[in-house]
Ligand binder design. Structure first.
Ligand SMILES: [Zn+2]
Ligand SMILES: [Zn+2]
Length: 817
């Protein structure tokens, strides 16, 4: 069959303007466009501006189409193209294709995360014939620092701490050579012109290392580590403390000097072979370890070799990462053992970034420091991830992930600019601008004054970087939160409305955003399980079943409210929760009558029971809380895993998870799972998860000397079944109407527990629910600010509709949701 083809008289030449949005700056996008435009014989220019990348080209239309095709299909590896728009252009264009100067103007929301050393640069630093042989700051367009060295956008050398270094002729030539992978790479540097690493003693005393056997200062630092020394290392986003992970004496000394009781240490190893001697590495784990983000991956600690117990006391997971920068790769080159690579700070203080602070804070821990002269402008901690239910879950979102912008779902296009202050633990804050959320890197726990200062300073930095002009400030309702106080101050100083958001509703909204749930989507059942958050009527919540959309929620179910004996002390000392549970469920006489033979009875009996009982009776400093986290604490205490004191937040729960016997979890009779029931509260008729029968079962198992691993498995399975049963109960039809929801959103810090996450997901899917979970945003409080922002945006959009855009109606945002 023949078809009439209309052949144009000649090639059609035209001019087109192309706008590319997304993460397209600082990732080699302009050189990529330049090379392709040249190849296709196009003239014109490409530049960075506040909206992304702007391209204006003149040439044959088929070639312009080919360029568009390349942009869509083969963008540079670190780029993330969100949209490509084009229109006819009628202005003047140059005769060749050029990379034009960046134009400033209103900043956009795309700041690139830092990226780990790429394979090409790794080849350079280990090639004795390369001019970058052993150069610790080798980078190219596909790798290197970004967020940690940037003070403004558009991203250019002049807006980073590389501005202090002028190119040598060789680097200048590479930067200008379109065929070079450092063409327009803003961090290009070398031994001659770039930052330098230097090893020194904090006390200023001279020292010498054996020049013959050490290659350079970086290699000499390794020599010290191999000798058992602790060395402070100025890394990418902050100082780190390093020591030989296989030397128990060094690891224990580091714990003591750093005032870090039991929180696990992160490890770094030269390559996968070293990691595999100590941990199980799946193909998925391998991919994540080798990714550009190169986070700490929590791995199962099973391998032919074992590390000292002091690395991760009581846990069967260890956090490993591969070298993330050329400096780390060079440092570990000759090291066939893992190295502790923990944040450079004392106990809960923020990681040190400044050289003077390092001397002050770290000189008591490390004798030597390996430092350099490239300033760290943004503190960026190492990210932490783990796999659960076959998918990577970010536990701490920082280096390599933050602050990649998160598109808000459909319906949020007109969201006003906002600043959400986050929570007080594992804080992150979040800006909303142009339909995207910019979630800052992990800031930390605001109770520490230095972390709080860092928090306010980083808000200022982000505000300048993205040129933020928020129309409202958003915060948690907890009256004691420092983040709330700061939000109130900002709201007053800037004359902006303050939107208060309930803690667990924010968790649910965070999960909805990351799953692209539209603004006008159906309500879902949000299951928010965490330590604690401020509820309604002054209650403390932490195990909630909320029927929710972005703007509103209704509390349909909860965990049993039990006293937090001693208030905040209950969060630190697991036995307090056990005592409160025993008193509330069994009563002391019955506990004594049936279980006095148990060790746990003798431990509890020794506590000041008269005082404790008086507190319980009066409720003084013992508010009731429906916290799932405190239930885990109580159970871990009963099983003798973590009784007296937690060395870090979530330790008891982590130990309970680690204790689980996987054979029992997989194959034990379902009937042995601990039997929670679901009665209703007297006052409110709210259904709740009741652990009475579980306590009898646990204590009975203790009498029978059932292995702890089996008990931990029974607890996780029982709890997952109870959660699913609650969902089935709550979804049940109202009258003739259909089920109230068919989608469940899992969120809250408790879902960082892999076993709970997987068990609950399985149970819910078996009951035909669609299950939404968190992956790219932490389900813990690190994701809170994103949910706060979405809720406030939804309320403001709704309010704008009803008031015709009058945003001065502040009162509707305060008080109840
Ligand atoms: Zn590279
Ligand atoms: Zn150079």
């Amino acid at each position: 069959m023949s078809r009439a083809v209309r052949i144009p008289a000649g090639p059609v030449v035209d001019s087109v303007e192309i706008r590319v949005r997304g993460r397209v700056q600082g990732v080699g996008f302009r050189p990529f466009v330049w090379r392709n435009a040249r190849d296709f014989g196009l003239s014109g220019y490409v530049l960075n501006d506040a909206d992304g990348v702007l391209i204006r080209v003149c040439g044959e239309l088929t070639n312009i189409e080919a360029l568009l095709g390349e942009i869509r299909a083969h963008a540079p590896s670190l780029a993330s193209v969100q949209s490509v728009e084009y229109q006819r252009f009628s202005g003047e264009l140059p005769k060749t294709f050029e990379i034009a100067e960046s134009s400033a103007g209103q900043s956009n929301t795309e700041i690139s995360p830092d990226a780990a050393l790429c394979t090409d640069c790794a080849r350079d630093i280990f090639d004795p014939f390369s001019r970058r042989y052993r150069y610790p700051f080798t980078t190219c367009t596909n790798c290197g620092p970004r967020l940690s060295i940037v003070r403004n956008v558009p991203y250019d050398r002049q807006t980073t701490s590389m501005a202090a270094f002028d190119f040598c002729p060789d680097c200048a030539a590479e930067y200008a050579d379109p065929s070079d992978r450092r063409f327009h790479a803003e961090t290009t540097a070398c031994h001659v012109c770039g930052p330098k690493a230097r090893l020194f003693r904090f006390d200023g005393k001279p020292f010498s290392f054996d020049q013959a056997s050490m290659l350079d200062d970086v290699d000499a630092a390794l020599g010290l580590i191999q000798r058992g020394e602790i060395v402070a290392i100025k890394g990418l986003g902050g100082y780190q403390l390093a020591c030989d992970a296989t030397r128990a004496d060094a690891v224990e000394r580091l714990r003591k000097l750093k005032h870090r009781d039991s929180k696990p240490f992160a490890l770094m190893a030269r390559d996968l072979d070293v990691i595999k001697r100590y941990a199980t590495v799946t193909t998925e784990d391998e991919e994540i370890l080798k990714s550009a983000a190169a986070p700490i991956v929590l791995l199962a600690a099973y391998g032919p070799d074992r590390l000292p117990e002091a690395i991760a006391p009581g846990l069967r997971t260890i956090g490993f990462m591969l070298p993330t920068t050329p400096l780390h790769a060079l440092l570990l080159r000759r090291m066939n053992r893992p190295v502790v690579m923990t944040s450079g700070n004392r106990s809960d203080a923020p990681q040190v970034t400044d050289d003077a602070d390092a001397r002050e804070e770290l000189s008591g821990i490390a004798t030597y420091a390996l430092t350099h002269d490239r300033d760290i402008l943004n503190r960026v901690d190492d990210s932490v991830v783990r796999i659960a239910a076959g998918k990577m879950r970010i536990v701490r979102r920082a280096r390599g992930y933050a602050p990649a912008a998160i598109r808000l779902p459909h319906g949020f296009e007109q969201a006003p600019q906002l600043l959400a202050a986050g929570g007080d633990l594992k804080n992150t804050f979040c800006f909303v601008k142009s339909g995207a959320a910019v979630l800052a890197q992990h800031i930390g726990d605001l109770a520490d004054a230095r972390t709080f200062n860092d928090y306010t300073a980083t808000i200022g930095l982000y505000s300048a970087m993205i040129d933020a002009r928020p129309e409202a400030i958003v915060c948690d309702r907890h009256p004691g939160y420092r983040s709330k106080k700061h939000a109130e101050d900002m709201s007053r100083d800037l004359g902006l409305p303050l939107v208060e958001v309930q803690h667990h509703h924010a968790h649910v909204a965070s999960c909805l955003v990351e799953n692209g749930w539209p603004l006008n989507g159906d309500r879902v059942l949000g299951i928010a399980l965490d330590g604690l958050g401020y509820g309604e009527n002054g209650e403390i919540w932490g195990g909630e079943f909320l029927l929710a959309d972005y703007a509103n929620f209704e509390r349909l179910g909860t965990f049993k409210p039990v006293a937090m004996l001693g208030g905040d002390a209950a969060s630190r000392e697991p036995w307090r929760n056990l005592y409160a549970h025993v008193k509330a469920e069994l009563g002391w006489p019955s506990f004594q009558m049936n279980f006095s033979s148990l060790e746990v009875f003798r431990h509890l009996e020794r506590k000041p029971r008269t005082t404790l009982d008086a507190m319980l009776r009066s409720g003084l400093n013992s508010p009731k809380s429906s916290s799932c986290g405190r239930l885990f604490d109580a159970v871990a205490a009963a099983m003798g895993l973590c009784f007296e004191r937690q060395g870090y937040e979530g330790e008891a729960a982590a130990m309970l998870e680690s204790a689980v016997d996987h054979d029992a979890l997989r194959s034990e009779d379902e009937a042995l799972a601990y039997p929670f029931t679901i009665p209703s509260l007297k006052e409110t008729r709210l259904p709740y998860i009741e652990p009475l029968a579980v306590w009898n079962a646990i204590l009975g198992d203790l009498v029978l000397e059932t292995p702890v691993g089996v008990m931990a498995a029974r607890f996780h399975r029982g709890l997952a079944r109870a959660i699913a049963a609650m969902c089935v109960k709550l979804a049940a039809r109202d009258c003739q109407a259909g089920p109230r929801f068919d989608t469940v959103a899992l969120t809250g810090g408790c879902f960082h527990n892999r076993i709970l996450h997987e068990q609950v997901t399985d149970q819910l899917e078996a009951a035909d629910f669609k299950v939404l979970t968190q992956a790219t945003v932490p389900s813990g409080d690190g994701g809170l600010s994103l949910g706060q922002a979405a809720i406030a945006a939804a309320k403001l959009i709704e309010n704008n509709k009803t008031t015709g855009g009058n945003t001065s109606c502040v009162s509707v945002f305060q008080g109840a949701s």
